[in-house]
Design a protein around this ligand. Structure first.
Ligand code: GDD
Ligand code: MG
Length: 365
């Protein structure tokens, strides 16, 4: 089986993290985001994964090379000279996607869920039409592509509306598809094309697009607030399905569960950690530190008595003693927060040193 992952876009909404790291490589629950997807694809027998990229493939190539042999998949980098949107990259990779006549998976690179690839493939085969979109329900559908059904059919889609201004429904495109190779004939070569605005509406008009309901959690983790929410959902799901991947709730410093700590991290005395905390490779936590609803990326350091909530601490950053970070604060790579500093919703660019409080949400450059 084959798959294409849409990896382009500049990840601007996940700044300042994406100023120094391509979005797909940002660690989500201690693993590059895209690796969660490649592993799930490999698990159902996908052998060829195309990564559709439009910038800096070198870092990704280097990081992902080792997984090709580990997972038994061939990873192809398909580089656009100009961004081709969400459909153009499929056409660009036509040689690989259409090499046999079987359908292929397409994924947005910034979503987390229990990837239902096996069930999706079975469902797609059973209805026999050109495409299947995985759908999920959300409270705020205006940020997404919304799906409306044919009134008298269980799965056939009647309308696909990308980022609707007016309410049309709350079942949205989860960013996972299975498509027949015939969909490639609908996409023009070498022109930026949107699968959501151009290709799907055309397939819908021909009555060839179906929806498949996703079970369990789902989140687009392409912006910091949602990245933190997505992490909570993912850890809660792990707590039920694979609790061995989390720290045992009986550890004295674990509070409220859902805590994941890389084995190379060091934790000080008398800390209180949780719920919903991810601590990455080589992280050093001092004594008496309080952490909740946060991700500490590899190489970061939190000094004694710091208090951190709803925050992403970037690679190799340092948080000072008695510092307090909250309200979707994001530290880029190599940021230093001084002792006793308060940061409320700050987005701090890489290599900055913060010596004065950030009392209201702001970007600090
Ligand atoms: N290769 C390539 N080239 N990839 C691209 C390009 C491009 O020019 N533009 C965007 N992408 C990739 C992004 O990296 C992401 O993985 C995916 O395409 C979707 O782009 P986003 O920018 O994240 O779109 P969105 O989140 O606003 O909306 C999309 O995702 C929603 C679900 O999260 C749409 O597909 C919506 O319909 C959907 O509901
Ligand atoms: Mg997105």
């Amino acid at each position: 089986m084959k798959a294409l992952i849409l990896v382009g876009g500049f990840g601007t909404r996940l700044r300042p993290l994406t100023l120094t790291m391509p979005k797909p490589l940002v660690e989500f629950a201690n693993k590059p985001m895209i690796l969660h997807q490649i592993e799930a694809l490999a698990a159902v027998g996908v052998t060829d994964v195309v990564l559709a990229v439009n910038y800096r493939p070198e870092i990704m190539e280097r990081v992902l090379k080792e997984y090709e042999t580990k997972l038994g998949v061939k990873i192809h980098f398909s580089l656009e000279s100009e961004p081709l949107g969400t459909a153009g990259p499929l056409k660009l990779a036509e040689d690989i996607l259409a090499k046999d006549d079987s359908p292929f998976f397409v994924l947005n690179s910034d979503i987390t869920c229990d990837f239902p690839f096996k069930q999706l493939a079975e469902f797609h085969k059973a209805h026999g039409d050109e495409g299947t979109i995985v759908v999920t329900k959300v409270e705020e559908p205006s940020k997404y592509g919304v799906i409306v059904h044919k009134p008298n059919h269980p799965s056939r889609i009647d309308r696909f509306v990308e980022k609707p201004v007016e309410f049309v429904g709350n079942r949205i495109n989860a960013g996972l598809y299975m498509l027949n190779t015939s969909v490639l004939d609908r996409i023009e070569k070498n022109r930026p094309t949107s699968i959501e605005q151009e290709t799907f509406p055309a397939v819908v008009r021909d009555g060839q697009l179906h929806s498949f309901d996703l079970e369990g959690f789902w989140m687009d983790v392409g912006q910091p607030k949602d990245f933190l929410t997505g992490t909570c959902l993912y850890l809660s799901s792990l707590a039920k399905k694979s609790p061995e991947l989390l720290v045992s709730p009986s550890e004295p410093y674990v509070y409220g569960g859902n805590v994941m700590i890389d084995e190379t991290a060091k934790i000080g005395k008398n800390c209180r950690i949780g719920p919903n905390v991810v601590i990455g490779k080589g992280v050093v936590i001092g004594d008496g530190v309080r952490l909740q609803r946060c991700t500490l990326l590899p190489g970061s350091k939190v000094k004694d008595h710091a208090w951190i909530k709803s925050t992403i601490v970037g690679w190799n950053s340092t948080v000072g003693k008695w510092a307090r970070l909250e309200n979707v604060t994001v530290l880029g790579d190599d940021v230093t927060i001084g002792d006793e500093i308060y940061v409320n919703g700050g987005s701090i660019l890489p290599h900055k040193s913060i010596k004065a409080n950030v009392d209201v949400p702001a970007i600090i450059m």
